[in-house]
Ligand binder design. Structure first.
Ligand code: PRP
Length: 234
């Protein structure tokens, strides 16, 4: 019996993934918020979870340490997505990637003047591509969290960050000045796992995809879906 390892991060994506897993008949044996364990069993002897940082999920799946995982589009864009099937937009963890600045900062004026802005972010790849597409020169400052602080203390003119409720921006007198893209979480799958452990992986993938599309997600990547169904040569 092949063991299926699913990589998840704690927090919102984990909680919103639970109903999708339940649709596949899978329930984690412990709550990662209270357990310190990094490998967690499930109600099925052939399914286990590993609990990793959100930004590490693609790495574990790409290298086959996990067979599948749930990762935000924000994380996948920074990772690059190489070596990963992304067959399902799960429609969970929805938020927006935006450029934000102090309410008093004239972002539009700075753009028109062609000013060289300093931008603090943890999403340097996404930010670089966004500003390059606009023909803007920016100095990117890599941060690992609490980006909202940067404009308040003069570290940067603006930030690129995720916004959900908008409460963090508001609490720090910042405003979204530009939307970069809508973000949601994707199911990601290791292609070799799909071939070698098809009997275990495929039904789980299908059940999650059905459940996700029934509640606002999209099983959009036709190539991955068909690749999943090609006869295995392995
Ligand atoms: C995210 C994001 C913002 C905040 C936005 O941080 O970076 O800081 O949530 O949410 P809101 O619009 O509902 O206030 P998160 O709490 O995920 O922590 P992080 O800084 O580790 O990413």
């Amino acid at each position: 019996m092949a063991m299926l390892t699913i990589a998840l991060s704690k927090g919102r994506n984990f909680n919103e993934t639970l109903p999708l897993l339940a649709a596949a008949g899978i329930a984690p044996a412990e709550d990662p918020e209270t357990s310190r364990k990094l490998i967690i069993g499930s109600n099925r002897a052939d399914v286990r979870f590993i609990i990793v940082r959100a930004s590490d999920v693609p790495t574990y799946v790409q290298r086959g340490a996990a067979d599948m995982g749930v990762a935000g589009k924000d994380v996948l864009l920074e990772h690059g997505g190489e070596g990963l099937y992304q067959p399902v937009d799960l429609g969970i963890g929805r938020c927006r990637m935006v450029v934000a600045a102090k309410a008093s900062f004239d972002y539009e004026g700075a753009l028109k003047r062609g000013a060289r802005l300093s931008v603090a972010t943890k999403y340097v790849t996404t930010a670089r591509e966004h500003f390059a597409a606009k023909g803007m020169h920016v100095d990117l400052i890599k941060l690992y969290g609490s980006m909202e602080l940067a404009p308040l203390v003069g570290l940067a003119d603006a930030i690129v960050d995720l916004v959900s409720s908008g409460n963090t921006l508001k609490a720090n007198d910042l405003v979204a000045v530009e939307e970069i893209m809508a973000i949601s979480a994707r199911l990601i799958v290791n292609p070799a796992s799909l071939k070698l452990k098809r009997d275990t992986v495929q039904p789980v993938l299908d059940a999650i995809a059905r459940s996700a599309t029934g509640s606002g997600g999209t099983a959009g990547n036709a190539s991955a879906a068909s690749a999943a169904r090609e006869p295995s040569s392995a």
